[in-house]
Design a protein around this ligand. Structure first.
Ligand SMILES: C[S@@+](CC[C@H](N)C(=O)[O-])C[C@H]1O[C@@H](n2cnc3c(N)ncnc32)[C@H](O)[C@@H]1O
Length: 314
């Protein structure tokens, strides 16, 4: 079933921190890019709550785009299947006057993508070693798991999964080849991890995250997409990003902080020599978290961190 608004149709994806997102765009008029359209939950809530908004919805997943939820036929919603890493090009084509009023990134995968075993994102049910978010991804999980060298696998497990046992897991994966599906991969990983480390969260969680990030080039796309969105924002325009793990959040936090940096000259310099002028104003400090009630209702919200900025008039 399609997600048709924020109150019904939860089966595709229940949007996270909707009230908080709406609050940042209450006064926004003009074009907002929803770079991670997914089930359209945020987009439909934004369109319903603010008649002054038009939404350009982007998702690299054809499945998300083929569902055409609320807003279909709404002249204020325009959908594009693309990778937000190409946002600069997309905006040049879709919003050529460069007058962007808002940008929203709700990162990661949707519940739908996780729940459909055939996409290969989940370690709970057997699925192919795929994990591609969209057809633009140039490799699949199978390429990494069954073909990469142990050294390269260990590197992504460490860099993208912050996995302590990266080396052991990589060796175990290579030894168990060919690995046929996601559950087999999860079990190889679980057996490679020392017993005490298996107790808290699923021992394959970090490795699956790492492989997914590598397959989809997620961090590079985030850096490029965020730069393009912030460049295109008009003065007073706002960007909101919801991240679900520390690697994403670190990129967002640093990009926002660097954009909000004022003159860096020593305080005793009579005149500014560095020329640094803040282009952004931070609207959140330390990142905003979902309420305990939301986390109780929607456990997938528990790792969410929201950061928001406003483009400054220079
Ligand atoms: C957490 S879901 C977004 C859910 C959406 N906000 C809603 O309310 O239904 C993340 C979505 O972003 C998409 N996505 C992730 N990375 C992307 C990228 N680089 N370019 C375009 N879409 C991306 C995924 O395919 C997924 O559908």
């Amino acid at each position: 079933m399609n997600q048709t608004n924020t109150k019904q149709g939860d089966s595709y994806h229940r949007p996270v921190m909707v009230e908080e997102v709406l609050s940042y765009f209450q006064e926004t008029a003009g074009l907002l890019v929803d770079a991670t359209y997914g089930g359209g939950g945020h987009a439909s809530a934004l369109l319903q709550s603010n008649p002054e908004l038009r939404v350009l919805g982007i998702d690299r997943d054809l499945d998300a785009m083929s569902r055409v939820p609320v807003g279909h036929g709404d002249p204020r919603l325009h959908l594009v299947t693309a990778n937000f890493g190409d946002l600069e090009k997309i905006l040049a084509r879709e919003a050529p006057n460069g007058d962007l009023a808002g940008a929203l990134f709700d990162l990661g995968v949707s519940s739908h993508q996780l729940d459909v075993a055939g996409r290969g994102f989940s370690f709970h049910s057997p699925g192919p070693l795929d994990m591609r978010m969209g057809p633009d991804a140039t490799q699949s999980a199978d390429d990494i798991v069954n073909r990469w060298s142990p050294g390269d696998i260990a590197t992504i497990l460490r860099d993208y999964g912050e996995e302590r046992f990266a080396g052991r897991i990589a060796e175990a994966i290579v030894k168990a080849r060919p690995i046929g599906d996601t559950v087999e991969l999860a079990s190889v990983i679980a057996n490679a991890v020392p017993a005490p480390a298996r107790r808290r969260k699923h021992p394959a969680r970090r490795s699956f995250q790492a492989i997914r990030i590598a397959v989809n080039g997620e961090l590079a796309a985030l850096r490029r997409g965020l730069d393009a969105a912030l460049d295109a924002l008009r003065p007073g325009g706002r960007a909101v990003v919801i991240s679900y793990h520390s690697l994403e959040d670190r990129i967002v936090k640093r990009r926002f902080a660097s954009g909000a940096t004022e003159c860096t000259c020593p305080p005793d310099m009579p005149v500014c020599g560095c020329g640094t002028v803040a282009e952004l104003r931070l609207l959140t400090r330390g990142g905003q978290r979902p309420s305990p009630a939301e986390i109780e209702n929607n456990p997938r919200a528990r790792s969410a961190v929201l950061r928001a900025v406003e483009k400054v008039t220079i």
